[in-house]
Design a protein around this ligand. Sequence first.
Ligand code: FNR
Length: 338
Amino acid sequence: MTALAERARAALDPVHWDFFAGGAGEERTLRANEEAFSRRRIVPRVLRGVGDRDLSTELFGTRLSMPVLVAPTAFHRLAHPAGEVGTAGAVAASDTVMVVSMAATQPVEDITATGAAVWFQLYPQPDDEFQRHVVKRAEAAGCRALVVTVDSPVFGRRERDRRNGFDDLPDGYTCENMRDGEGRVREIGFDPTLGWEHVHRLRASTGLPIVLKGVLHPADARLAVEHGVDGLIVSNHGGRQLDGAIATVDALPAIVRAVDGRIPVLVDGGVRRGADIAVALALGATAVLIGRPIIWGLAAGGPSGVRDVLEAFRDELDHVLTLAGAARPSDLTADQVA
Ligand code: FNR
């Protein structure tokens, strides 16, 4: 475990630590994500004049200072009282994007008020009218894209949470963005009957870019493009849904080939060092998202802890690019990964 994770563990209620750190089943996929990155080796290029580097990347009209986004993760107020608003403040200072979870513990309006660029994550809701209400609210708050998580037709079996009896937020906390028109907080719905028609309905109800999160099969990536989706996140939910699912960096190359440059492909799961980001970029990802390390930063140091994590990723990525002979993310090529 990293020193930062140790500090987070010491700061957290053990039940909440298990919620944040854990995965589904035996946690095979959780481990596989990190292991698959550790197995990759970078083949550097030399003498390429990389003194003048630029890490910035554009996604759906937003310029990010680096190809690193904050993944949607639930319940930030359980990690630190500053909650999602605190995380967003750090994201604004680092000039990147925060994907706000549908299970956020603060209102999306307060999160966007920090000035951070925000995308809103949505579990496809079976109640269409309620979903439209949530989407309109995210739009009105200034969110710039919708991230639709499609790897959760049912909720994953998280054995640590079952053992701990953790199945809901403690008193005094709520999923603030699950309020309906009357102000009542709804449960997040999971619905195994949903298909591509749900994406069509969503497409018809919003002008925001739609990014599907949780795609691992190249055939689904191709279908997503055909169904008018604007971006993909190759993800297995940080090993919290299907235990036994393929590691994300192993799934990435086939998806990049299937998409063939038509829409941006992002990836998350197990990204822990600058070298992991470089590998993902070389294999064709436009950017990566970071889940648990952001929570560890928040738990250990509040908003400035999140800032430190983001700046450490920036610093490491810049260093790795220099040593690998790339002045910008797009200079890395697939033949630089062994
Ligand atoms: C998540 N993730 C997640 N994804 C999502 O679409 N909606 C959500 O509400 C959550 N909540 C959530 C809570 C916690 C505690 C974790 C760890 C993860 C998945 C997340 O967006 C991302 O896919 C993974 O976290 C990426 O893996 P790493 O970086 O944590 O290894």
